[in-house]
Design a binder for this molecule. Structure first.
Ligand code: RP5
Length: 159
């Protein structure tokens, strides 16, 4: 049983998906992953979304990135859209963010598969208390890294 369904518009989006996978693995959250394109295989997208038992979808796409919005059209579960960077960048970003009223997609930044996964874990933590502690530990890890980085920079620059 998957808690999160990751759908990529193309195999070429895998590097961005891997950032999400690393976070989901870290939190021990089960996921499924597929390649399906809103433009090239729309029926497959519909099938994947309607057959899924996941609680949250992460849809990753570049260029005219219709995928997150199309995924959202087939479910009332939350959909997190990840725009993939390319030659233009605003194409995918605006395609994901500028959804019409009534069919929202929670957009993260360009290539931010990691943030999409953290947001998915935060959503799941509403019903799964065990994830709350893990999220707080993750925040503490990040704070410790900033402090360590500061000490390292000061040691290198001020001596
Ligand atoms: C989008 O077009 C995909 O999500 C990908 O980011 C981009 C390019 O796809 P490929 O030509 O690499 O398959 O649909």
């Amino acid at each position: 049983m998957s808690k999160v369904s990751i759908i990529m518009g193309s195999k070429s989006d895998l590097k961005v998906a891997e950032k999400a996978i690393a976070i989901l693995d870290k939190f021990g959250v089960q996921f499924d992953i597929n390649v399906a394109s809103a433009h090239r295989t729309p029926a497959r997208v519909e099938e994947l979304v309607k057959d899924s038992d996941a609680d949250v979808f992460i849809a990753i796409a570049g260029l005219s990135a219709a995928l997150p919005g199309v995924v959202a059209s087939f479910t009332v579960k939350p959909v997190i859209g990840v725009p993939v960077s390319g030659a233009v960048n605003f194409d995918a970003l605006l395609s994901v963010v500028q959804m019409p009223p009534g069919i929202p997609v929670a957009a993260v930044g360009l290539d931010r598969g990691d943030n999409a996964a953290v947001l998915a874990v935060e959503m799941l933590s509403i019903k799964d208390e065990s994830l709350v502690g893990k999220l707080l530990d993750y925040r503490a890890e990040q704070a410790a890294k900033v402090l360590a980085d500061s000490e390292e920079v000061r040691a290198n620059v001020l001596n």
